[in-house]
Design a protein around this ligand. Structure first.
Ligand code: GRF
Length: 205
């Protein structure tokens, strides 16, 4: 089995990245985490990746001012240098331009802490509690230029309890994220899902 070379893009603590690194330790996992890239030099996930023996790189967006494409060209250079085939965004807090998204089309996943299409954007747990939903969750989807809007690969639902706080709900959703992201990456690496797969939602199970 040739394992797909995967890069994970992070901006923070990197718990989803570590869930992918852990999953990829299984001998039958079809992908390896070959590189972790952060746009923030102080991202906690960088140290966790290094401790796990994963190569890391920093492409600091602040060095490029307003020039998003220059930042993305630098990112892309890193990805090519490491012969990356698939990309996973995991708490990566930069919007990507249509140029970058097109370049990685069909090979670029994101995880979002809500049941899309509900609660796109930030503060999903606070907004879910304010809306009074009884089910919340997480979604892995292909990335398209419009934020949090690409074809869904898989979702996980969690219950919302009457005494939930943002923190308790976030922790429950995060557990679900750590479960489904490795499943979704497996499905992509095995060629079982694409942005045009009907019912892609089932394919990652
Ligand atoms: C996760 O909740 C993810 O869904 C969201 O940002 C958070 C990142 O957490 N996009 P971590 O860095 O993976 O721990």
């Amino acid at each position: 089995m040739t394992r797909k070379r995967v890069a994970v893009l992070i901006s923070g603590r990197g718990s989803n990245m570590m869930a992918l690194v852990e999953a990829a330790k299984a001998v039958d996992y079809p992908a390896e985490i070959s590189l972790v890239v952060s746009n923030r030099p102080d991202a906690g996930g960088l140290g966790r990746a290094r401790a796990a023996g994963v190569a890391t790189a920093v492409v600091d967006h602040t060095a490029f001012g307003e020039d998003r494409e220059a930042f993305e060209h630098a990112l892309d250079t890193q990805l090519r240098a490491h012969r990356i085939e698939l990309l996973c965004l995991a708490g990566f807090m930069r919007l990507l331009t249509p140029w970058f998204v097109a370049r990685w089309s069909g090979r670029l996943l994101n995880i979002h802490p809500a049941l899309l299409p509900r609660f796109k954007g930030l503060d999903t747990h606070r907004r879910a509690l304010a809306a009074g939903v009884t089910r919340h969750g997480a979604t892995v989807h292909f990335v398209v230029p419009e934020m949090d809007s690409g074809p869904i690969v898989t979702q996980a639902e969690v219950p919302v309890f009457a005494d939930d706080t943002e923190e308790t709900l976030a922790a429950r959703v995060l557990d679900a994220e750590h479960r489904i992201y490795p499943q979704a990456l497996r499905a992509l690496a095995e060629g079982r899902v694409s942005p045009t797969t009907p019912s892609a939602d089932n394919a990652a199970r």
